[in-house]
Design a protein around this ligand. Structure first.
Ligand SMILES: Cc1cc2nc3c(=O)[nH]c(=O)nc-3n(C[C@H](O)[C@H](O)[C@H](O)COP(=O)(O)O)c2cc1C
Length: 318
């Protein structure tokens, strides 16, 4: 798939996820075949005000490229100023704008999925970005109940000059409940000329294949299925290429978790809270993992957590 002038190696993208898609995790997904990954959403206001923590979220390295930075905001001028700053600092291949976050802290400020109710503001944001910023811009939307209103937003994004759009097939009201409705991505793909990426409930090779076939979309974006399991990109790619079904072993999960932690250390991103959260995800779905997960939850130091991880496959099966 070609996106914003970049030839991607495939069509499986890692979704932006707050507190999940840091540089270390993105590198793990890339290693297993994610062809483009996104930072978690970063506040345009915080960037414009020089907030250091927000800048850290845009950190990358050559090995990761191509990568995308996702911004959220509501004011076209502020989003454009923030995009110009991050363009200069990090030179991302893509700048994505969040039109999907349902969290009240975001929507009460008019950002994320609240923007879907202000189509004129959406047009202004993308027009301003596409006119002033050199980096190709993409949009990530949720659906509205009305197909016509959803199509209107998608058309506006394309008309303003965005180079692709990702469609998460849930409404803001649904949050993460229910299943994603991909009929919206299908209609948008039929109507638009830019690449359309379907998002929502891609969890394995079979779901990936059926969503690609049904929607006719150019690519898929994977979120929760990758949490604690970056190897999912490899399994889905192999399934799409040859119909091959691959199992993931406990040893693979353990080694991936240890590698994730090594990368956190390498990039000075270690946080005990983050490591504990990721450890829980990396042991999700493993049989007889209760005591291992409890041990991880109770680990009160870096070294005791590492010890738990090293031993995690003694009592656990994939
Ligand atoms: C923990 C978490 C954090 C998320 N953070 C973001 C975010 O920063 N920006 C965004 O556009 N979507 C965010 N999302 C939504 C995902 O990108 C994705 O659209 C959603 O999870 C549906 O895809 P999935 O079914 O593959 O998980 C987040 C989702 C989760 C679970």
């Amino acid at each position: 798939m070609r996106l914003g002038g970049v030839d991607l190696t495939g069509n499986l993208l890692l979704a932006p996820m707050a507190d999940v898609t840091n540089l270390a995790f993105r590198l793990m997904c890339k290693k297993y075949g994610a062809s483009l990954s996104f930072t978690e959403m970063i506040s345009s206001d915080a960037i414009v005000h020089g907030n250091e923590k927000s800048f850290l979220r845009g950190m990358t390295c050559e090995e990761e490229r191509p990568f995308g930075i996702q911004l959220f905001g509501h004011c076209p001028e502020t989003i454009t100023s923030a995009a110009l700053i991050i363009e200069e600092m990090f030179e991302p291949e893509i700048i994505d704008i969040n039109l999907g976050c349902p969290s009240p802290t975001i929507t009460n400020a008019g950002c994320g999925s609240a923007l879907l109710l202000s189509p004129d503001v959406v047009s202004s944001i993308f027009a301003s970005l596409c006119e002033n910023v050199d980096t190709p811009v993409t949009a990530k939307i949720r659906i509205l109940e009305s197909m016509d209103q959803t199509l209107d937003i998608a058309n506006r994004v394309e008309e303003a000059g965005a180079c692709a759009i990702t469609v998460h097939g849930r409404t803001r009201e649904q949050g993460y409940q229910g299943s994603a409705d991909h009929s919206y991505a299908k209609r948008i793909k039929e109507e638009l000329s830019i690449p359309v990426i379907a998002n929502g409930d891609v969890k394995d090779g079979e779901s990936a294949e059926s969503i690609l076939e049904y929607t006719g979309c150019d690519g898929l974006m994977i979120g929760r299925a990758a949490m604690g399991d970056p190897h999912v990109f490899y399994r889905i790619s192999k399934y799409l290429e040859h119909g091959e079904l691959i199992e993931v072993s406990c040893e693979r999960r353990r080694d991936d978790l240890l590698e994730y932690i090594r990368l956190l250390e390498k990039f000075d991103l270690v946080s005990h809270v983050n490591m504990k959260a990721h450890s829980q995800w990396f042991t999700r779905g493993l049989k007889d993992s209760r005591s291992v997960r409890m041990g991880m939850g109770n680990a009160d130091s870096h070294s005791s957590l590492i010890e738990c991880i090293r031993n995690m496959c003694r009592d656990v099966q994939a």
